[in-house]
Design a binder for this molecule. Sequence first.
Ligand code: GDP
Ligand code: MG
Length: 368
Amino acid sequence: EEGATVGILASELGFKGTEMIMHLMKLGVMASINQRLDYETLQAISNQFGFEAVRKLTLEEQILQDEPDDATNLLSRSPVITIMGHVDHGKTSLLDAIRQSNVMDTEAGQITQHIGAYHVELESGSVVFLDTPGHAAFTAMRARGAQVTDIVVLVVAADDGVMPQTVEALNHAKAAGVPILVVLNKMDVESARPDHVKRQLAEYDLVPEEWGGQTIFVEISAKERIGIEELLEMLLLEAELLELSANPNKPARGTVAEAKLDKGRGPVATVLVQNGTLRVGDVFVAGRYNGKVRAMINDRGHHVKNAPPSTPVEVLGFTGVPEAGDQFFVVGSERDAKALSEFRQAQHRATQLGPQSRVSLEELFQQI
Ligand code: GDP
Ligand code: MG
């Protein structure tokens, strides 16, 4: 944080340096002439003499300024879902079942592209799935301040019940303030005991609606492809209650869901657009890197020219490989984009220098 020194403050306010040091001492601040003062102290001492301290915006703030959205500009957007649950309870099978039912229903035979996320079209709306199941991805993103998930689908095998990672997952979702929809999977198995699992989950405040609670439970078999449609409908219903909205008529903001270095294409990242619309040619910053959107490819493998809110797209045109959870911003000029990424790279190098850097790295993530 760049604050003025005691010496500068003194000359601005028309005092001698020693007088300024005395005034500061009366406020309980012991400072030498060349010491920088924090904003609160500058404000307090300026006010005392009838001045107003104006904080200079940081580079981040100048470049990433975002006007709050006017309600009249907001349109509803699709929910973004993360699937969590204990190992072997059927997360991957469920994602496969959802993807396949959708591909077969809407675009016979077409192969979906693996881009780390995909959307499912229904008659009554669409739903976006982040297809990196498990809470590792969820926590990694949350640790970087990214909030991308609107609803967590908690998969519990009806024959196995609540297990350690079930509890971990529901705790993560609760800590993030994300609503949970429970899927009881493996209902085709003889030993499935859905009521037993409901009782177990009720102890964690996930009480089914039929018992007077607020949590939606859907019984499925990912293997037999039973209950998938109902699950999707329930997700839309839950999403409706959340009244999710975004403003498509402004520069895009989003989060990197996945990124890699592709041999032929260079750095590529799946970006989930969360607000605004991303367009080919847009200049952006994501984490420590900047770039210009060279091409965008959707989850069906098609090149697209623009991506509205709640759209996952693979983006080409990064100067380096960003990290999952990095926030993605379209900025006004290439000069700004470059300045900001250089600034962040310098910060990153500084935090890599010593063991004390751990703390500042976290602070850095909170700022961004
Ligand atoms: P994950 O670790 O949560 O991703 O679980 P997987 O999707 O890999 O599933 C673990 C095992 O359970 C696999 O052998 C699946 O075939 C099986 N499985 C998943 N869903 C079902 C289901 O609905 N019924 C039955 N009988 N087996 C299932
Ligand atoms: Mg799996």
